[in-house]
Write a protein that binds this ligand. Structure first.
Ligand code: PLP
Length: 395
């Protein structure tokens, strides 16, 4: 037996472990200090009431012989796929329900999709980035080309026509930077993908946070995207499904390489390796898209966005360079005095008792940047920001 040696090339996931160890140590030394966490990447509000109601009803159905459901369909139940098709119609994106695959979240599909691509493809990944894109490709031994996202390009890099690649990753609204590509920028990426015969993997996990109507919330709002892009959606952050687990992946029928349809390949992969998402979860997910569900989801998102505004307003007052927070729950800012992000982490913990996420954990271009998250209580955000205002953060 030989192991997959590519796993030995994975970097240890030090980020959250190191944060937790540092916090534990500080608490031990300062047991009376109250710490506020602005580093959380998980929702803090409960599921919308409409979702709970639908899940209760579905649970009751499972207790009755006539309405009980066993294995579902591989792509997901038609009722949920139709609901997602309708949701996209409202964005002027017209899909067939066979192009929608229900999943247990975007993370699994973002990793699993690589099963249908050759290991000798070249992959383009922005830096800083959601680490899953990197690690899943390292596991397969694929060659990764990193694209620099930095202040010069406002953390929204554009294609380098001299670079050739086969798989392109994109996340908009972005984690960790909170930035969003506009339609013109995405159009250039789509043209680049088509010229290279590359596939663009578009992670739209934060689409529900987009506030400005002119910004694209689906890659398929861009002409030509249906020929070269796969979209990964998630109900985790938008509707509080981080613990329930439900997402979807869209593979348009138009995408084919040498007359082989990616939709067919993915269906074949899923029918072999995946047995679907629970009926109760899919009924809960369906309820997200009802009138009540959408209203309640929007209220939760507005709550987080208010927190985001409180954070960016203070950073603006302190004259600290920052981005994000307007159409995403993340605010990305430059560490004062160009401090290393881990040193700034310690400084903030010690002086303001506030926890954040060092940008270094998302790639080398994040080493002097820091991420705050709006997933917390309003009172905590206000308290944390008051403390930050009172320390010499710009010193
Ligand atoms: N994509 C991005 C950019 C994320 O930040 C996350 C979660 O933090 C995910 C995908 C994973 O989403 P899910 O919970 O649907 O697996």
């Amino acid at each position: 037996m030989k192991i997959n040696k590519n796993y030995l090339n994975l970097k240890e996931n030090y980020l959250f472990l190191t944060i937790s160890n540092k916090v534990k140590e500080y608490k031990k030394e300062n047991p009376k200090k109250k710490l506020i966490n602005l580093g959380i990447g998980d929702v803090t509000l409960p599921l919308p009431k409409a979702v709970i109601k639908a899940m209760h009803k579905a649970t009751d159905e499972m207790s009755n012989k006539t309405t009980f459901r066993g294995y579902g369909t591989e792509r997901g139940y038609t009722f949920l796929r139709d609901t997602i098709v309708d949701y996209y119609n409202k964005k002027n994106v017209f899909l067939n329900n066979e192009e929608v695959f229900i999943s247990d979240g975007a993370k699994s599909d973002l990793g699993n999709i690589l099963d249908i691509f050759s290991k000798d493809n070249k992959v383009l990944i922005p830096d800083p980035v959601y680490p899953v894109y990197v690690d899943t490709n390292v596991m397969d031994g694929r060659e990764i080309i990193y694209v620099n996202n930095n202040i010069e390009n406002n953390f929204l890099s554009m294609p380098d026509q001299n670079l050739k690649c086969d798989i392109i990753y994109m996340c908009s609204p972005n984690n960790p930077t909170g930035n969003v590509y506009n339609k013109d920028e995405l159009k250039i990426w789509i043209e680049y993908a088509k010229e290279n015969r590359a596939i663009l993997l578009f992670d739209s996990a934060y689409e529900g946070f987009i506030q400005e109507k002119y910004l694209p919330s689906s890659i398929y709002q861009i002409e030509g995207a249906k020929e070269c892009a796969i979209e990964f959606g998630s109900l985790s952050k938008t509707a509080g499904f981080t613990g329930v687990r439900c997402g979807y992946t869209i593979i348009p029928h138009e995408i084919s390489y040498n007359n082989i349809s990616l939709n067919d390949l993915w269906l074949r992969r899923q029918t072999t390796k995946f047995n679907g998402v629970s009926y109760i979860t899919q009924r809960g997910a369906e309820a997200v898209f009802t009138e009540d569900g959408l209203k309640q989801t929007k209220e939760n998102i507005s709550y987080y966005m208010k927190n985001a505004k409180i954070i960016s307003d203070v950073l603006t007052k302190l004259d600290i360079w920052h981005t994000g927070g307007e159409n995403s729950p993340y605010i990305w800012f430059k560490c004062p005095k160009n401090m290393n992000s881990w040193i700034f982490f310690d400084y903030l913990l010690k002086n303001a008792n506030v926890i954040g996420t060092p940008g270094a954990g998302f790639g080398s271009n994040g080493k002097n940047f820091f991420r705050f998250s709006a997933f917390c209580d309003e009172e905590s955000v206000v308290e944390a920001l008051n403390k930050i205002k009172n320390i010499k953060i710009d010193a």
